[in-house]
Write a protein that binds this ligand. Structure first.
Ligand code: ADQ
Length: 462
């Protein structure tokens, strides 16, 4: 049987008892790997003084894991540098935050080449390779250079921007050219897929082949949207279980009769956290009757703390929350509760079930799984309301949410008020079709559809 090889920047190795790290994506990938007796390859998350040339192997059940250490320099240039200071902001339309450095770009290419050379030694001719995310855009080209003719697919978890945005990045046309070494390129939405196709056609002179393929110099890539989903049933069960978790019970007790509005994001400027805090401030300003009747809980674990733009964001969020709490708080009521911890799935799901409003307002997001987790966590008899940014990929699948422009604090404030006042019949009427959508297009649908399409890609001649 042909094996599946998954490649991603970080690898989730289950602990020796076989328990997978939390997270729908890791679970779905592990399941696909188990079905296909697969191998998961990537960075160990560790740094060492000399670069690893040979991966460290381990086995859990029928799945093999192969991980490589990076040097401090690699980590700085490849991961914190080009991937997270140049590609991430550019792909999220934040050109003012994008910092290009030639040294970082060289480090990015170097790590991709080293990964490809190490992986090439593990690949057998009929293996299928599934590469994940923007850290590894040039991996297929490096694998082809090492002689691989296998089917190689790529899934892009974040937005693919309009051509005029991506083209601001030095090196963009080389990266684009390298994309044609993938047989299948999966994106979150058709908006992203269109952007990539336009980019390849306009910049490189590639030719469209029907609705989904693009060809240049005998290289054809299929480009399609595969919106990622969550494991709905398991999240729903976690939410029901979560109700009895101590932290959830304490939160319910501290709320008293107040309504909970909730947001969960990595602390990242793409998630629109300061904008959201200002919108909540506007809500309190324009709705004096709601003061001391609503609490916003913002959970935002710190991420990429070594990247300077994230430290700046952290200060900005602290200042904004301090201002709102200072301006509107009363003895016994803090308007915004802000925590940066990571929580077990059951706690997170249990809290989302308690929330009357899920406030999911990224300024740009590939999909946004929290929007789907909020829906899955709701009590079908009494669901809360999702307020969702039009710039999250999820908005294209979930039009029954209250869709807002996250840059318009008046609109977001109005949506919070509408959500809090919505009657049960309308809440149920909005929630039900969204729940059907996320159930139908869950994470297993995503991985199996993607792999079905990859299997049917024509084999490469050269
Ligand atoms: P992220 O930018 O990380 O993912 P998101 O899709 O919201 O964003 O996923 C975050 C995940 O982390 C969710 O499952 C959430 O529950 C979990 N999480 C967040 N805070 C947590 C906490 N404090 N404790 C425990 N768990 C927490 C990228 C892209 C997205 C895309 C996903 C998947 O940026 O657009 O949806 O990949 O493709």
């Amino acid at each position: 049987m042909a094996r599946l090889i998954v490649v991603s920047n970080r690898v989730s190795i289950p602990d020796p008892s076989g328990k997978t790290a939390a997270g729908g994506l890791a679970v779905a990938l592990c399941e696909a790997l188990e079905q296909h007796k697969g191998l998961w390859f990537g960075w160990s998350g560790k740094t060492s003084s000399a670069p690893s040339l040979i991966p460290t192997m381990s086995q859990r059940g029928s799945v093999q894991y192969a991980v490589m250490d990076l040097t401090t320099n690699d980590r700085q240039e490849y991961y914190s540098g080009f991937a997270n200071r140049a590609l991430w902001p550019t792909m999220h339309y934040r050109l003012g935050l994008s910092e290009f450095s030639r040294a970082d770009y060289a480090g990015y290419l170097r790590v991709n080449r080293r990964f490809a050379q190490a992986l090439a030694n593990l690949v057998e001719p009929d293996d299928r390779i599934w590469v994940h995310d923007y850290h590894l855009l040039p991996l297929a080209s490096e694998l082809r250079a090492a002689g691989m003719r296998n089917r190689i697919g790529y899934f892009h978890h974040i937005p693919w921007p309009a051509p005029e945005v991506l083209n601001t990045l030095p090196g963009a046309s080389d990266l684009l050219l390298g994309m044609l070494d993938y047989d299948l390129i999966g994106l979150q939405t058709d908006r992203d897929a269109d952007n990539l196709k336009r980019n390849l056609i306009r910049e490189l002179g590639a030719r469209a082949e029907g609705a989904f393929a693009v060809t240049l110099n005998d290289r054809t890539s299929v480009i399609k949207d595969f919106p990622i989903g969550i494991d709905v049933d398991s999240f729903q069960r976690a939410a029901i279980r979560g109700h009895s978790q101590k932290l959830v019970r304490q939160t319910v007790a501290s709320l008293g009769s107040r309504s909970l509005v909730m947001s969960v994001d990595r602390l990242d400027y793409s998630k629109g956290i300061p904008e959201r805090m200002e919108a909540f401030e506007r809500f309190l300003m324009s709705n004096p009757d709601q003061r001391n009747r609503v609490t916003l809980l913002q959970i935002a674990p710190v991420s990429r703390a070594e990247v300077p733009e994230y430290a700046m964001l952290s200060r900005q969020v602290n200042e904004t929350i301090g201002r709102v709490n200072g301006g509107y708080g009363e003895p016994g009521w803090v308007p915004i509760h802000y925590v940066t911890n990571s929580y077990p799935r059951a706690v997170l799901a249990g809290l989302l079930r308690v929330a009357r409003v899920g406030l999911v307002t990224p300024v740009r997001d590939g999909m946004n799984l929290v929007a789907k987790e909020f829906l899955a966590a709701q009590d079908p008899e009494d669901p809360g309301v999702l307020v969702l940014s039009k710039f999250a990929g999820a908005a294209l699948q979930l039009p029954q949410a209250l869709i807002v422009n996250p840059n318009d604090k008046f609109e977001v404030a109005d949506a919070v008020r509408t959500a809090l006042n919505m009657d049960l019949a309308e809440r149920v009427a909005r929630w039900k079709p969204m729940m059907e959508t996320i159930r139908r297009y869950d994470v297993r649908w995503w991985s199996s559809e993607y792999l079905r399409e990859l299997n049917s890609a024509p084999a490469r001649a050269t």
